[in-house]
Design a protein around this ligand. Structure first.
Ligand SMILES: [Zn+2]
Length: 611
């Protein structure tokens, strides 16, 4: 699923293991000051070796502390996690600042690439002032914890956490209740507002010390192209996809208008609380409200899972067996001993699903509060995609142990999840036979509500943050601009008046947790590109939405070749290894949904389109 999962530890792992960029993307201001004696290539290599070893050690330490914090949120674990994270970030900043001294030297390719990664590897650049460094990492940990502990208490002792709210948003069809819990969840971020403002100031200060215009420019510099060119590339991909999204939006709007009456306008944006998800980023929960009568998929995976009475661990075993069918070795025993699969009853944990490689070698773990639902079944396959990626690149040098760019990590998990087709469900004994292909509109619509509906949200989060970091959006209009962007791209609007007393962006994990978000948009594009390529490799000639690579060793080998490259080469090379293409290409997603687009446009005849 294209959503909210982190591959590595956002604030710790990514400091060491971040995506790359071409030397052209390194800002000029970061150039080394003139020195009496020029450094040698041997000194450069010694510097890189030291940095790699030290950052690896610190990141393992930070990961262990972060694991404990995420699975046992207390005052003390927050402090411990923040401290080790601070040490890691400080070391990352220190190496980033020293790396430009070796600019211009003729170096072996790997050494040069590692130097570049050191310069561009930070998600959060703490200022060099120790007090400010301590402050910014403390704020970062505090916001993430506030989010993790966030609850909406309608009455005293009657509190709803995010899991409860997610369930209500998905299942309730009572507009008043939906609005109530939607509004309730958006109260958890109100206290973050002043913290976030200070966080932006300090993070920008740190980024500027490294020679970037601001933190947003630093994030965008990681994509093997100049920051501004990358922003344009994202726009190009969105323009390719927009007609498909607008068709889906128009169709869903008139169907919801039929259901809810004037609460959903016939024209204009859709109220954000009526789309089955608290962020309106995944609409698959309203499938039953918009599904055509004659195109039902013919089965309900959630019902099948419940009937089979699978526990959390068994759900994960299905995911592991999927990878086994592609030729990957089983997960290590420690994975089964150390992972968190269910929500503990006696303490606060960060339930947000994530896949970890704690020692950056083989200490793989899943942290997830698993429920027997179709969504979680898919999420398990997705998260294991991260774990198998982590293991595939673990023989590479420390600085190359990450995905080709951060979209790749998410895309791999989602590519695997795209193979959860009716044919796969037959093969694992969940279905007796696959439904007739004439039922595909139902399946495609369901998938579109999840994947296509997500795309503009995948853009908006960082469109907003890039502008916040650059100063184009000021604290005085944090919330108004958030909703301007959401309306412009997603065509959704809040169902209740918002003001600058609110801080709605902070009600999204990745803002509170400072995790860049564009990766999910890229992942949404890339996964279809990967799926199209691997399906072809697996010999699937049918429609793309019916192709599963389950059981194909040839496709598995192709996938593994790309996974093993890690971050050792620029991402276009990794993309070429798996797909034969060097550019991101939204035509695969259009191929996948082509029959649906045709169908939607027929349904929308005579109806308003756009907002
Ligand atoms: Zn993920």
């Amino acid at each position: 699923m294209t959503k909210l999962r982190i591959a590595l530890l956002a604030s710790a792992g990514t400091v060491l293991l971040a995506a790359g960029a071409s030397p052209a993307a390194v800002p000029e201001k970061a150039a080394a000051p003139a020195r009496a004696k020029a450094p040698t290539a041997a000194e450069a290599k010694a510097f890189v070796d030291e940095a790699e070893a030290k950052l690896l050690a610190l990141s393992v330490d930070a990961s262990r502390n972060a694991w404990v914090q995420s699975t046992y949120i207390t005052h003390d674990t927050e402090i411990l996690a923040a401290k080790s994270n601070e040490r890691l970030i400080a070391a990352g900043v220190d190496y980033a600042k020293r790396a430009p001294r070796y600019d211009g030297l003729k170096l072996p390719e790997d050494t040069a690439r590692k130097l570049m990664l050191l310069k561009l590897g930070l998600t959060l650049a703490a200022p060099s002032d120790p007090k400010e460094s301590e402050e910014v990492t403390r704020i970062a940990a505090a916001m993430e914890s506030e989010y993790g502990k966030g609850k909406y208490c309608r009455e005293k002792d009657k509190c709803l956490d995010l899991e409860d709210i997610t369930k209500i948003m998905a299942e309730s069809r009572d507009p008043a209740q939906l609005l109530d819990v939607w509004r309730g969840w958006h109260t958890i971020s109100v206290p973050m507002r002043p913290q976030y403002q200070r966080f932006v100031e300090l993070a920008n200060k740190g980024a500027r010390e490294l020679g970037f215009k601001d933190s947003g420019a630093m994030w965008r510099a990681k994509y093997d192209m100049p920051p501004d060119a990358f922003a344009k590339e994202v726009d190009r991909l969105w323009e390719q996809l927009k007609p498909l999204y607008v068709s889906l939006h128009a169709y869903v709007r008139w169907k919801l208008h039929e259901k809810y009456g004037d609460a959903v306008p016939a024209n204009g944006p859709i109220p954000a609380h009526l789309l089955g998800n608290v962020w309106a980023q995944d609409w698959s929960n309203v499938y039953d409200l918009v599904a055509p009568k004659d195109a039902d998929p013919g089965y309900d995976l959630t019902k099948i899972l419940k009937a089979k009475n699978l526990d959390a661990k068994e759900m994960v075993r299905y995911g592991e067996r999927f990878f086994g069918s592609l030729g990957f070795a089983p997960l290590p025993d420690t994975f089964w001993d150390r992972s968190l699969f269910t929500k503990p009853r006696d303490r606060d944990v960060v339930c947000h699903a994530s896949a970890w490689d704690v020692d950056n070698e083989n200490d793989l773990r899943l942290k997830m509060c698993i429920q027997p639902t179709a969504e979680d079944f898919s999420t398990v396959h997705h998260e294991l995609g991260h774990n198998f990626y982590q293991r595939a690149y673990n023989t590479k040098p420390g600085l190359f142990r990450d995905s080709a760019n951060d979209g790749f990590h998410e895309a791999v998990g989602d590519t695997i999840a795209l193979s959860i087709t009716p044919e796969y469900l037959v093969k694992i004994g969940f279905l007796d036979k696959a439904p007739d292909p004439s039922k595909d509109i139902g399946l495609l619509l369901n998938k579109a509500l999840e994947k296509l509906a997500f795309l503009p949200f995948g853009l908006v989060v960082d469109q907003w943050r890039w502008k916040v970091f650059s100063g184009e959006i000021t604290p005085a209009n944090y919330n108004a601009t958030w909703w301007d962007l959401r309306t412009r791209y997603q065509g959704v609007a809040p169902g209740v008046a918002r003001s600058e007393n609110d801080f709605d962006p902070g009600a999204k994990y990745h803002v509170a947790g400072n995790v860049p978000y564009t990766r999910y948009f890229l992942a949404a594009i890339l996964q279809f590109q990967f799926h199209r390529a691997l399906s072809k490799e697996a010999g699937c000639t049918g429609p793309l939405n019916r192709c599963s690579i389950y059981g194909s060793k040839v496709a598995g080998k192709k996938l593994d070749t790309m996974l093993q490259m890690g971050l050792s080469r620029p991402w276009p090379e990794a993309l070429e290894a798996i797909s034969g293409q060097r550019e991101m290409d939204a035509t695969a997603i259009r191929d996948y949904f082509a029959p649906l687009q045709k169908w939607l446009d027929e349904q929308n005849k005579g109806k308003p389109v756009g907002w």
